[in-house]
Design a protein around this ligand. Structure first.
Ligand code: NAD
Length: 354
């Protein structure tokens, strides 16, 4: 296997591996380890070029640094991407090679599940390196993160509703979910239980129909979902849905959902604020999954009670950001960004004094 290091400003380490025997062509980006080893998922995607994969791994690893900082997981940010079509390149040889690639960093980067990789794939990686998290509960690991992500998002939505509607609860509120997959479907069930009235859209029509029937929810069309007249819009599918085109058409009071990278750019947070909409920064509200995985790495190993106790702090983290946004007259996205940078700066100062 040939491993090359790419010098990238502001990133601690970025490496690319090519292994002709297994067809592995992958990159690992370690963005920042000030607060602990860099944890982030392993994504497989048919990138058009190594450059496109590099852009993605840099963006994603930096996002993980910010998410972990605000959630106080004691971890840094990293990510890995494997270039290739998941339908054709998956093999035991490939995942074993990926395991060796991760292992050569000696624990600087710890991996987990992500788009197009499964627990089964990680089990193979685990045969070559111990720096793998989120394996099955049966093996003493933290298992599927989605229920914890969903829990944190529901608690976060409650906090947002309380703030935007003068102390109201979600009971009787109209909540629109875009995407009801692993996380969105759990959120929908929990929100229904709390008395919310739901409208949903999922490109998987069958999935949406089944859930709508179960929860007495209305089904929306793709074109209507982001402009639906509602109390809370919960983006739970794709990124970059808050952009120049969609923001002027929004008819909600709150945006709070699990999807990553909801704002096309940080500046779109200002446009959302100008519309008088309360936006829960995605990496703050959706940190339940990373919090759950991080508990696995603590002394004593995985403990669900400890994880839930930490997930319950997500509303406090949101509150802190909402306060900062109000005080400084900045968007909540900008406030989260500033708060994450502050936590990292505090971490760096502690390193210097210790
Ligand atoms: P998932 O793949 O299980 O679900 C996504 C759902 O969105 C699917 O049902 C899919 O059909 C639907 N979808 C895709 N494109 C759509 C579109 N254009 N319009 C409507 N629906 C569409 O994924 P998930 O694990 O539920 O994650 C959802 C989002 O939350 C992703 O952005 C993910 O990165 C983010 N996230 C997930 C976790 C986690 O613990 N799983 C943690 C943090 C963030």
């Amino acid at each position: 296997m040939e491993i090359r290091e790419l010098p990238i400003d502001d990133y601690e380490k970025v490496v690319v591996a090519k292994d002709p025997e297994s067809q592995l062509h992958a990159l690992i980006a370690v963005h920042d380890t000030t607060l602990g080893p860099a944890l982030g998922g392993m994504r497989m995607w048919p990138y058009k070029s190594e450059e496109a994969a590099l852009t993605d791994v840099l963006r994603l690893s930096k996002g993980m640094t910010f998410k972990s900082a605000i959630a106080h997981t004691g971890l840094g940010g990293g990510k890995s991407v494997i270039i290739g079509d998941p339908k054709t390149i998956k093999s035991e040889k490939l995942y074993r090679a990926m395991g060796r690639f991760i292992d050569h960093l000696g624990g600087l980067y710890i991996t987990a599940e992500d788009v197009n990789t499964s627990i089964e794939d990680l089990e193979i990686v685990r045969q070559e390196t111990r720096y793998v998290t989120g394996l099955s509960r049966a093996s003493g690991s933290s298992g599927n993160p989605s229920p914890y992500t969903a829990r944190g998002c529901v608690l976060g939505i409650q906090k947002c509703v309380e703030r935007a509607f003068d102390g109201d609860s979600v009971s009787g509120k109209h909540i629109v979910l875009q995407g009801v997959g692993a996380v969105g479907s759990i959120m929908a069930r929990e929100l229904r239980e709390l008395g919310a009235h739901l409208s949903i859209y999922d490109m998987n029509v069958e999935r949406a129909e089944q859930l709508a029937k179960e929860l007495d929810a209305e089904i929306l069309h793709d074109d209507d979902v982001l402009s639906a007249d509602c109390d809370v819009l919960a983006p739970c599918a794709l990124g970059a849905i808050l952009n120049d085109e969609t923001i002027p058409a929004l008819r909600c009071k709150v945006i709070a959902g699990c999807a990553n990278n909801q704002l096309a750019t940080l500046e779109h947070g200002d446009l959302v604020r100008q519309r008088g909409i309360l936006y829960a920064p995605d990496y703050v509200i959706n940190a339940g999954g990373i919090i759950n995985v991080a508990v696995e790495l603590m002394p004593g190993g995985y403990d669900e009670a400890k994880s839930l106790e930490r997930v319950r702090r997500i509303p406090d983290a949101l509150e802190e950001i909402f306060e900062l946004s109000e005080r400084e007259h900045i968007s909540t996205a900008e406030a989260a960004h500033r708060r994450a940078l502050e936590i990292l700066a505090e971490g760096r100062r502690e390193h210097v004094t210790n």
